[in-house]
Write a protein that binds this ligand. Structure first.
Ligand SMILES: C[S@@+](CC[C@H](N)C(=O)[O-])C[C@H]1O[C@@H](n2cnc3c(N)ncnc32)[C@H](O)[C@@H]1O
Length: 507
């Protein structure tokens, strides 16, 4: 659909009409970053916490989240019908802070409705965009301040879900390769579901789908806009806030946002900062985000503020007869997290809760039982050493700790993780990106991908080294030595029939 746009010069009028107040600050173009907010008068904030005038104040009723979408739906019967059919998240009054990065939440293949706060907001934005792009036609829904505000937002965001296939190829071997593919598949499933469900409602069929009005790219774009602009508010949770979402990120931010006692969202200068007239006011998008997370969510990497780390998917052994049961019992996508302690100074550490479950088997004491329930249902239960650990499948590292063969299990896990990282590194090394951006490759995407590759290659190399040290140390453990038959089995009492002289056979 043609993306409706309004010149940024119209924003002050929109702000005035909607009670958004800017105080010595204004939105303007910033080279290389799209729009941003600059100081219109020298700013010198005191160190004290005494009342500081807000640089920007946004009334609570403009904050867009699932609760707000619910309110809009009360005034708009047709939108309510769409929301009830396709999505509708149940809103809690005081949402707990979100722990999973929204960017990495994916939807499984069994998608039947879109029940998330994000999906409700996206549906709302989709309808508003269609309403805005239909100027001249008879209105089909109720317009609101967002119908117009949307038109100030950029047409594209450089997040990898909106990169071309050639640009995405630059991510081969990085942690984003699988994450971006999974995200695009999840978006595709969402879009198919919206299409299927809303096509049954006559007015929405006409509005959304007749003449191919809305395309999959529109849905990807809305998702990108949401991901790159939503904030975590202390009380209102994950939300989009107009005008506050015009602030760019910096490793040395000059401002921060919070919710006032009147539930307005306010932008305040950081204590002690000075910003000269015409200089940009910035906030922090988070200090603990990795380069991959920054690129995935915002479409750029700020080397000065990214934490060294990456997350990779982990698959169970293809020949493990318990693989499926382990996956079901684990209940979430298995991953390996690699990160440096203390941001960029500490040693590289890794963790992978699934790797511990993955590396034990029936002969070690792992058992799955299917319990028949009184209501006819069946339930998978997990036992470790005859103890029911169904609720602790992510705690196998701890569960294995007291076992006499804990070092052997540790060795298996370290080997599996090292192999996974090594495969990833080799995949990255096997694809050399071109020397420069050309043709289909946009310069910003090319540079961001190269930086990500450089950062992740370094992390992978260091993690592989650390794992090699860990394995070497575990290989000297007396129980491991005995188990692997590197010593005489008779000496150990542990090796038994399973002793092997093949040191690499840990699986
Ligand atoms: C919340 S919006 C900020 C306003 C945005 N610049 C605009 O034009 O509407 C976030 C987006 O701004 C851009 N951005 C923010 N901080 C940036 C930075 N330090 N360097 C480059 N781009 C940045 C990225 O495109 C990001 O996805």
């Amino acid at each position: 659909m043609p993306w409706p746009t309004l010149p940024i010069e119209n924003l002050p009028a929109w702000a005035y009409l909607n009670d958004v107040s800017f105080h010595n600050a204004q939105v303007t173009n910033i080279k290389g970053k799209g729009y941003g907010v600059v100081c219109s008068k020298d700013l010198e904030a005191t160190d004290g916490t005494a009342d500081v005038p807000a640089l920007l104040t946004v009334p609570h009723d403009l904050v867009l989240n699932a609760a707000a979408v619910d309110e809009y739906a009360k005034e708009d019967k047709s939108f309510r019908q769409l929301l009830d059919t396709v999505g509708h998240h149940v809103t809690k009054r005081n949402p707990s802070p979100c722990t999973t990065p929204p960017s990495y939440r994916t939807i499984g293949p069994e998608l039947t409705t879109l029940q998330s706060a994000r999906a409700d907001v996206l549906l709302f934005l989709l309808v508003q965009t269609v309403l805005a792009s239909r100027s001249g036609h008879s209105p089909v829904g109720v317009k609101n301040p967002w119908t117009e505000y949307l038109q100030f937002l950029p047409e594209t965001v450089l997040v990898p879900t909106l990169w071309t296939e050639d640009e995405r190829h630059l991510l081969r071997g990085t942690s984003l390769e699988a994450a971006v593919n999974a995200k695009i598949s999840a978006l595709d499933a969402e879009f198919a579901l919206i299409r299927e469900k809303s096509s049954d409602i006559t007015c929405w069929f006409a509005l959304l789908w007749e003449h191919g009005s809305v395309s999959f790219t529109d849905w990807i774009r809305l998702d990108a806009l949401y991901r790159s602009r939503c904030l975590e508010l202390p009380r209102s949770g994950e939300s989009m806030v107009p005008c506050i979402d015009m602030l760019n990120h910096s490793a040395a931010p000059s401002a921060y946002y919070e919710e006032s006692p009147k539930d307005e969202v306010v932008l305040l200068p950081r204590p002690g900062v000075r910003v000269a007239q015409g200089d940009e006011i910035t906030i922090s998008y988070g200090e603990a985000k990795s380069a991959a997370e920054m690129l995935f969510s915002y479409g750029f990497i700020d080397r000065a503020s990214t934490a060294d780390g990456l997350v990779l998917p982990l698959s169970p052994f293809p020949d493990d007869p318990l693989a499926k049961a382990k996956l079901v019992a684990f209940g979430e996508a298995p991953k390996i997290h690699v990160a440096r302690d203390d941001g960029r100074d500490g040693p590289i550490r890794w963790r992978s809760a699934f790797a511990y479950l993955m590396c034990v088997n029936e002969e070690d004491g792992l058992e799955f039982r299917v319990l028949q329930q009184t209501d006819g249902g069946r339930q998978l239960r997990v036992f470790w050493q005859d103890e029911d650990v169904t609720d602790r499948t992510s705690a196998f590292e701890t569960l294995l700790r007291d076992h006499p063969l804990s070092a052997l299990f540790g060795l298996r896990v370290a080997t599996v993780v090292q192999e996974c990282l090594q495969t990833q590194l080799e995949r990255m090394q096997s694809t050399a990106p071109p020397d420069a951006a050309s043709g289909e490759l946009r310069e910003d995407c090319y540079r961001a991908a190269l930086l990500l590759r450089e950062i992740e290659m370094d992390i992978l190399e260091r993690a592989i080294e650390a794992l090699e040290e860990e394995r070497s140390s575990l290989l000297t453990d007396k129980n491991v030595v005995a188990y692997l038959g590197l010593k005489e089995p008779a000496e150990s009492g542990l090796a038994g029939e399973e002793a092997s002289n093949e040191p690499d056979d840990f699986s």
